[in-house]
Design a binder for this molecule. Structure first.
Ligand SMILES: [Zn+2]
Length: 469
């Protein structure tokens, strides 16, 4: 009987955590790496994939995604093995059967107003947390920019999540401050001594008030040394928000208003239309061939009008001058100030972590080790998954195979199964990462699942650790 379910032969393995770099064969059995060596015998394998000329890294973990529509297809194609959905675990569970691609996905559920009694009580929040954990979430996401609460309610949500030791992430913003530098500072202040994942920090540091690079440096200075704060940033130029114009003639989304301001457009219906016409804004036009389509120009304006402006919208708002600083800056101890590189992608066509970071590696702004840390190893810490983020014997066989000449992923292996090869997705279903409290929901939904413990995640363990790695 062959010993390996899968033998990956002849690729260049880069596994910084285990200090391994070189051409190796990887033998995989029952979803785990069981042997790393040279000339592993092909007769011992059910299936052999020759990866001569390609580079193998620990599977990419995207710590900020939105898993809906064609998201899983798009992520598998981008080399993502594991993802954190930022806000809709219920939707994620529904989609595993329909559009699952064999990926590992953990989910948060959005918490926020309207509350039944206006301001939430501690019991309201505790009740909400219990409900979403039973629904399979690993925690909650506070969506301050879109569903702003009072300072008191926001601080209470963070506090209650910490008390329950569940995951808690926040898109900055309250009734006092918006989705900008001040909102980010406020979110960190509201956390106090509690732990908080500050989501997509680049989106507060795009140059709304000052030069984008200046804002990025100011943001980095605020984040530096805060071991109760975990964060990620993404590198795509486009963001994602809503296109709707309200009855008052103004964009309903506060983020869209900021984007128009940054782009130099008037913050109204006319300005929005001009932004779409110019291509600064794009509107969502459904999907084609498993990819979300965005439109601008005259077509975009027509679609936006035909939908009564109620479309999703993306602005070309992220300044690379800011996103590059956030992705690459380390502190004096050599630790990255922003923990991870994410995408905030999924269904939006910006699952570009691998491609963008590889271009930074080629440029010399990051090393290959930095790249693997920021797109995989720290993500494994962030989700409390000791079997991921490295490829030693006993590790989960989650592997992203790169073509460094093309600067992109050409194969995605999850749990020893090839879920994507050369742009074709073969995976189905997937694994829900949930807590013991969500196990019943996962079983009822007929899903494969893995139990994780938020108390063991970087959110809560970062402050206990010294230098990572
Ligand atoms: Zn997001």
């Amino acid at each position: 009987m062959p010993r390996f379910d899968l033998l990956l032969r002849g690729g260049r393995l880069v596994d910084p955590k285990n200090e391994v770099e070189g051409v190796f064969d990887i033998g995989i059995e029952a979803g785990k790496v069981v042997e790393v060596g040279n000339d592993l015998p092909g007769a011992m394998a059910w299936r052999i994939v020759d990866l001569d000329g390609y580079t193998l890294i620990p599977g990419v973990i995207d710590t900020h995604t939105h898993v809906r529509g064609p998201a899983q297809l798009m992520m598998a194609k981008a080399g993502v093995c594991t993802a954190l959905d930022m806000g809709d675990v219920r939707g994620v569970i529904d989609e595993f059967h329909n559009r699952g691609c064999g990926l590992n996905i953990a989910g948060l559920q959005i918490v926020g107003p309207p509350w039944p009694h206006g301001e939430p009580s501690a019991q309201d929040i505790a009740g909400f947390v219990d409900e979403v954990m039973a629904d399979g979430a690993i925690g909650v996401k506070i969506l301050g920019a879109y569903r702003p609460a009072t300072l008191r309610a926001t601080a209470l949500m963070i506090e209650m999540a910490n008390r329950a030791r569940v995951y808690v992430a926040m898109h900055a913003g309250t009734l006092e401050h918006g989705s900008d530098f001040d909102g980010m500072v406020e979110a960190i202040e509201l956390a106090g001594d509690n732990c908080l994942h500050v989501a997509h920090v680049n989106s507060y540091l795009r140059g709304l008030h000052r030069d984008a690079a200046e804002e990025a440096l100011a943001g980095l200075a605020v984040l530096k040394g805060k071991r109760n704060i975990v964060s990620e940033s993404y590198l795509a130029v486009i963001n994602g928000t809503g296109g709707k114009i309200g009855k008052d003639g103004l964009p309903e989304s506060p983020v869209a208003r900021n984007c128009l301001k940054i782009g130099g457009y008037s913050v109204d219906d006319k300005g929005f239309e001009a932004a779409i016409r110019d291509g600064y804004a794009q509107v969502y036009a459904g999907e084609e061939g498993g990819e979300t389509v965005l439109l601008s120009g005259r077509e975009g304006v027509e679609l936006w009008r035909a939908q009564g402006t109620d479309t999703g919208a993306s602005f070309r708002v992220n300044s690379p001058r800011s996103t590059m600083l956030l992705a690459t800056t380390k502190d004096e101890q050599g630790e990255f100030i922003v923990d991870a590189i994410s995408t905030d992608g999924g269904n939006l066509p910006r699952n570009v972590a691998v491609q963008s970071v590889l271009s930074l590696v080629r440029y010399g702004a990051l090393s290959m080790e930095d790249f693997i840390w920021k797109v995989s190893t720290v993500g494994a810490l962030m989700l409390g998954l000791p079997g991921k983020g490295h490829l030693g014997v006993g590790a989960d066989a989650d592997i992203t195979v790169l073509d460094l000449r093309l600067g992109k992923a050409i194969m995605t292996v999850v749990g020893g199964k090839v879920v994507m090869a050369h742009g074709v997705v073969y995976g189905s279903e997937g694994t829900l990462l949930t807590t013991g409290r969500g196990e019943r929901r996962a079983r009822e939904a007929g899903l494969k699942y893995q139990i994780v413990d938020p108390a063991e995640m970087w959110l809560y363990t970062k402050r206990l650790s010294g230098l990572p790695g």
